[in-house]
Design a protein around this ligand. Structure first.
Ligand SMILES: *Cc1c(COP(=O)(O)O)cnc(C)c1O
Length: 397
């Protein structure tokens, strides 16, 4: 999946432009910058590609989530529904605003289970945040219906799913707000970077100001007029945006390679009894960054992961035991470990996750293996991999 695998002349040329002018900042310095506005250019290109009215770039995917929530006025005490299977950034971004992360089960899509979402709604719920993990998506029609019924915002964390679509629409452009990450291991990379997508003019204007200290951005000298509200610095640099411009121009190429490799591996594994592929909601098209499947039991999944690793098949993850991606290992959250004191309201409102019942998530994630699809594989590499994976899984099943 990672864009860093195919990195070259296009990226170099874009970065050289920035170095030649010496202006590494996305705002100001008109006289010096040789008319290079890499961040602005990438925002326009992304908005066009994702068919979204507005895109605002920030310094990371985590920042994008925080800024997206802030732009819609989410703050202290508001509840945000998020899945048990995601990256730690989900609850970090919520807690950063004093809001409360409400963990909810995932289903066979490996993303939010709409039935579990419905049960978790309280008068304090403000946002439903599906996370399109490993290149595929949540059932967005079902989640949108729930959001409409309860007056909630839908915020898509599409950090791992750029290039995937749902009923023909790009993921990230479907909810009230959507976020991408361009960190070093994502499908396309800026080194570090993130983006907020929205069709809502107010959220966009808020995100713009909030991510630059609350400066009003009126006129040439930004912030000269006023500070309409408190903000923070989540700016992206021109160097990062320049890399992103080159990478975005190659997104379709990357997805095509992933799809080709994914299909070959999937064909091989589909012949094996006992391998069940992850469910992709109707109308969904993955970005093919991972091939995710379930084995009949947790013990078999563990055995399979070990066998694949021993046989030299790298990049197959058993997320159930992973420190970053599944609630079972989020000890810092469940034990409320914070450097400074957490706000009293947050401490009181955080559910007791040590006692929570996520057996339904365990049922799916405990039997799941997700294998990374690489861009750099040769045809022979893929063939060999398909053969080894089939052999190893067949031995176990
Ligand atoms: C990577 C990732 C993020 C955070 O992105 P960063 O750019 O690394 O901060 C958020 N959510 C998901 C699902 C991710 O995979």
């Amino acid at each position: 999946m990672p864009g860093f695998e195919l990195f070259g002349d296009k990226e170099r040329a874009q970065v050289q432009d920035v170095l030649d002018s010496g202006v590494l900042m996305r705002y100001g310095f008109e006289g010096m910058r040789n008319d290079h506005w890499k961040a602005k250019e990438l925002e326009v290109a992304l908005a066009k590609k994702m068919r979204s009215s507005h895109v605002h770039l920030v310094s990371s995917g985590t920042a994008a989530l925080t800024v997206a929530l802030a732009s819609a006025g989410i703050g202290a005490g508001d509840e945000v529904i998020m899945p048990t299977f995601t990256f730690v950034a989900s609850f970090e971004s919520i807690l950063a605003l004093g809001a409360i992360p409400i963990l909810v089960d995932v289903d066979d899509t490996l993303t939010l289970d709409p039935k579990a979402v419905e049960k978790a709604i309280t008068p304090k719920t403000k946002v439903v945040m599906p996370v399109h993990m490993c290149g595929s998506m949540a059932n967005l029609d079902a989640l949108q219906t729930i959001c409409d019924q309860h007056g909630l915002l839908l915020l898509e964390d599409a950090c791992q799913a750029i290039g995937a679509t749902y009923h023909g629409k790009p993921l990230g452009s479907i909810g009230n707000l959507g976020c991408f990450s361009f960190d070093y291991v994502k499908t396309i990379t800026c080194g570090e970077g993130g983006a907020i997508l929205t069709n809502n003019e107010t959220y966009y204007q808020n995100a713009h100001k909030y991510s630059d200290h609350g400066h009003d951005h009126i006129g040439n000298d930004r912030g000269a007029e006023a500070h309409p509200f408190l903000g923070y610095n989540y700016r992206i640099s021109e160097l990062n945006a320049a890399v992103g411009l080159a990478q975005l121009s190659r997104l379709d190429e990357f997805i095509d390679i992933q799809k080709k490799n994914y299909i070959l591996l999937r064909e091989a594994l589909s012949k094996i009894d006992g391998v069940q592929f992850r469910t992709v909601p109707e109308g969904g098209e993955e970005n093919y960054s991972f091939l995710s499947f379930f084995l009949p039991t947790e013990a078999l999944a563990l055995q399979a992961q070990k066998a694949l690793g021993d046989a030299g098949v790298d990049g197959c993850f058993y997320w159930y035991n992973n420190n970053w991606h599944y609630y079972r290992k989020w000890e810092h959250l469940t034990h409320k470990k914070s450097l400074g004191k957490l706000p009293k309201d947050v401490l009181e409102a955080l559910p007791d996750y040590e006692k929570a019942d996520f057996s339904s998530s365990d049922h799916w994630v405990g039997r799941n293996i997700s294998c990374l699809i690489k861009l750099g594989w040769t045809a022979d590499d893929v063939k060999q991999r398909a053969q080894t994976m089939s052999d190893e899984l067949q031995k176990i099943l």
